[in-house]
Design a protein around this ligand. Structure first.
Ligand code: ACO
Length: 380
């Protein structure tokens, strides 16, 4: 409703359509998500992250030959320049997302297309960033632990190679599939806060690296990508399943939020969450740590009354337990979200460029007017 001055505020831009898109459809009322028309359920269960990146950035699901060529290029682009590794060493004590943000920014200096904002060059840069970002995250984790970074292994898939570089040993097929599904689920999600941030940067005709750096910054917050880590922190505080109900009641009675629940767009269950639910349970059983899934299940039970308000689990709720069980450090959970989302940020920048208009909303001014300027020497 317009206020007394005839202005209708849309705080948080909630419910505002910014533009049209051909890449991501979300129906928040029924919990439906499509990437370029394909249902996330099919993509998560039947495709690979490499296929999904091709779908998002090259606009089609590839045939075998196309996928082989595309995948070869991604594998080839995994290494990062030695000066970027050196920068990572210099800032190794910072949060992994700060290190990722810094290293992506530094990569711009070594990208041959850095000044070219054409659609073709932007896609090339986005694919190089997609390929190199896992190397940054893995190298940082090893350097801060006093270990040598592991060279990318061109014989492994994108997901498998990431785990290999992180732990220095080849992951099992199950572990690779878990990581692959997780990357697919996080690859794109419309005008979410970080993609919108990337679009704002692109709308000034700035470049992809700047947009992705800004996207990493927006993703870092606990209301967006930080929730998976907070869910795990919460689970560790709860400690054992029988404490979960009381913990949730205390938190909610005191106006707190159960992390991993709620979403600006989904008023039904986030369709990505189910793909991680069963996998979290199976992995917990396989690792002899079923308690994490049980704690999460109790929390879900405690949150049942909130379903009437449209608050359901989101993608982050089960993701944290999977990363934890894969031995990924808690502070690196958000970085994994970022690794999956780089194709999505690139896609949003490409769409923004393809019919660009500067994004520049208004603010309703409510401060004082026409105050008399008092010179510094006369102020008390
Ligand atoms: N637990 C308890 N109550 C909640 C939760 C939650 N997780 N989320 C929302 N609510 C309640 C709010 O308290 C509010 O209640 P009120 O109307 O009685 O005041 C109502 O639901 C609406 O909340 P808003 O914050 O206005 O809703 P918005 O759409 O802006 O919030 C958000 C979405 C930020 C994700 C919110 O649900 C939240 O903070 N969730 C926890 C953090 C989280 O899991 N983030 C990950 C999001 S998914 C992603 O980025 C991949």
């Amino acid at each position: 409703m317009p206020d007394a001055s005839g202005i209708e505020l849309k705080r948080g831009l909630s419910g505002v359509y910014l533009d049209r898109t051909e890449s991501c459809f979300i129906d928040g009322e029924v919990g439906k998500l499509l990437y370029r028309g394909y249902n996330i359920h099919d993509l998560a269960e039947k495709s690979s992250f490499e296929e999904v990146v091709h779908l998002l950035l090259k606009e089609t699901l590839p045939n075998s030959d196309e996928l082989n060529t595309f995948d070869r290029e991604l594998r080839h682009d995994r290494t990062i320049p030695a000066p970027v590794l050196e920068i990572i060493s210099q800032v190794k004590d910072a949060h992994p997302m700060d290190v990722l943000r810094t290293a992506i920014s530094a990569l711009a200096a070594f990208d041959p297309d850095v000044r070219d904002n054409s659609i073709e060059a932007t896609i090339r840069k986005g694919l190089r960033l997609t390929a190199k970002a896992p190397t940054i995250v893995a190298a940082h984790d090893r350097i801060r632990k006093g270990l040598e970074p592991v060279e990318p292994n061109p014989n492994l898939t994108h997901a498998g190679n990431f785990l290999y570089m992180l732990f220095g040993k080849e992951p099992t097929e199950e572990e690779t599939k878990l990581m692959d599904v997780d990357f697919i689920l996080h690859a794109e999600h419309g005008a979410n806060a970080s993609a919108f941030t990337a679009r704002v940067v692109a709308s000034t005709n700035s470049d992809l690296h700047s947009a992705v750096v800004a996207g990493v910054g927006a993703l870092k917050g606990p209301a967006h990508g930080g929730a998976a880590e907070e869910v795990m922190t919460m689970s560790e505080e709860i400690g054992s399943p029988e404490n979960a109900d009381e913990y949730a009641r205390n938190l909610l009675d005191n106006g707190g939020r159960v992390m991993g629940f709620g979403h600006r767009v989904y008023k039904a269950e986030d369709p990505r969450a189910g793909h991680l639910r069963d996998r979290s349970q199976k992995l917990g059983d396989a690792k002899g740590q079923p308690q994490w899934f049980e704690i999460l299940s109790h929390l879900q039970e405690a949150m049942k009354p909130y379903q009437a308000k449209g608050i359901h689990v989101n993608v982050d709720f089960f993701a944290g337990s999977i990363y934890y069980l894969l031995d990924i450090p808690d502070d690196t959970f958000i970085s994994i979200f970022a690794l999956g989302r780089i194709p999505g940020w690139t896609l949003n920048v490409v769409e923004q460029y393809s019919r660009n208009m500067l994004i520049r909303p208004l603010m309703e001014y409510t401060g004082p007017m026409d105050l008399e300027y008092v010179p510094l020497s006369e102020r008390g």
